[in-house]
Structures are given as C-alpha cells and as structure tokens.
Design a binder for this molecule. Structure first.
Ligand SMILES: *Cc1c(COP(=O)(O)O)cnc(C)c1O
Length: 234
C-alpha cells in the first residue's frame, strides 16, 4: 500500500490541527515547514502545488540547485542546517529565513551580506539545550549576550528560537525539552526582545512541540517519506 504525497500532506496537516485543538492553540498558529533536504526538486514541487508554501533545506549547494529548478513557484525558503562562515553570503542572498544561527559572527555576516533590495532576513537563534557537543547552538547562558549583540543588526530581524532536542520516544521527555525553549523565549521577551517564533518539532515530536508553543514545525520524513542516502557532502 503506497501513500501518496497528497495523503502524507493531509496526514501532517491533520496532526497539526489535532494538536492545536488538544493543547488549546489557536487554529492556524503553527506553520508547517516541509524539510526537503536530500529529496528531489520534483518531490518538493509535488507538495508545493498541493499548497505547501514553506520549504526548509540543510545543505547550501543542494538548496541552490533546487531553488533554480523550482524558481517558477512561490516558495518561502528556510535555511535550517549548520552554517559555515564561507557559506553565509549564499544563505543571505537566497533564503527568507535562517533558523540555525549559532554564533554572533554568523549573524553579523548575514547582516552585512543581506542584499539591500531584499526584505530583512528573518532569523532564529539555535539553542543547544542539553549542551550537546555534537550539536550547534548557543548554550542557555550565552543567549542573552547573543540576543543583545544581534538585536540591532541591520537587514536581519531576530524572530525567535530554534531547537533540536535529543531524540526521545517519550512524550513527556519531549515536552520537557520544548518547555525549556518556551521558557527561554519568555525570559527574553521579558527583557524586551520581541520574539514571536519558536521553531521546534519534527516528524517524531511535533505534538509535544505544539503543546509547548511551537509556531513552526520542521517536517521531513512524515511529508516526504524516508530520506534517500545522501551521496555527496559539502
Ligand atoms: C532533517 C531535519 C528536520 C526534519 O526531520 P524529520 O524527522 O525527517 O521530520 C527538521 N529539522 C532539522 C534541523 C533537520 O535537519
């Protein structure tokens, strides 16, 4: 029994709607970002023509070539991968959002390199919740300094926080991790930062993320099926 892309999209949308209802979130308050990394441009096209507006990508060169192939479509592009300094110009020029800002230096480069004729680049600070060495992101204690340094940079707009908690199959563990991100945002807004975005939740934990206030879920597998093995590295 094969599941069509249309059915997958509907299933994911239903999961979001159910979670919004269940956790008292206003309808439509969670934005679906389809994570197309490693998937072919044509698979992305198939979902965009069905009404998916937002696409997330993790590898710069791969994303740029897909953007070329899909340039006839109106897509909002989100960069969600690791950021090397030498890739910031391409990111600043070709994306609408960057979720994974993990160093002040990277934010400065994106600010300097964002073309003046484009709208401000929307950015989130990635939080490394469990201080995992294998993951990028600001430690909790560095967040205030980072927000302070980034808040007033031209051509970038600090919108919120992003996190990728350690994978867990336990709903309460998932929720506890996302609750930390929620309270970090609250602490920052309490200090005057106008953050309206929490980018959190993937295929396996979107309900827990929505329960804790996620405004953007980044969904790959549940939308596109399993990811093919990636052949080349950047
Ligand atoms: C791959 C990826 C996702 C999507 O993960 P799925 O489990 O396939 O939904 C979300 N966020 C980031 C940062 C990713 O790299």
């Amino acid at each position: 029994m094969t599941v069509t892309p249309q059915e997958r999209l509907q299933q994911v949308r239903d999961r979001i709607i159910q979670a919004e209802k269940r956790y008292g979130r206003p309808p439509g308050s969670v934005r679906l970002i389809g994570v197309g990394k490693v998937h072919a441009a044509e698979s992305i096209r198939g979902l965009v023509v069905l009404g998916l507006d937002d696409i997330g990508e993790s590898y710069v060169q791969e994303a740029l070539s897909k953007q070329q192939l899909l340039r006839d479509l109106a897509i909002t592009w989100h960069y969600i991968g690791r950021i090397q300094s030498n890739k910031t110009r391409e990111i600043a020029e070709h994306f609408d959002w960057v979720h994974s800002v993990d160093r002040i230096k990277i934010a400065r480069r994106l600010s300097e390199q964002r073309p003046a004729e484009k709208p401000d680049l929307d950015i989130c600070l990635q939080v490394n919740l469990q201080d995992e060495a294998s993951k990028s992101g600001f430690g909790k204690n560095d967040l205030y300094t980072a927000a302070d340094a980034i808040q007033n940079l031209p051509r970038v707009r600090l919108r919120g926080l992003m996190a990728i908690p350690r994978a867990s199959n336990d709903f309460n563990d998932q929720r506890a991790a996302f609750a930390q991100v929620r309270s970090l945002r609250k602490a920052l807004t309490g200090r005057g930062y106008a953050l309206d975005t929490l980018s959190m939740g993937m295929s396996g934990d979107m309900e827990a993320a929505i329960a804790e206030g996620s405004t953007m879920v980044r969904i790959g597998t549940a939308l596109f099926g399993p990811r093919p093995v990636r052949s080349n590295t950047e």
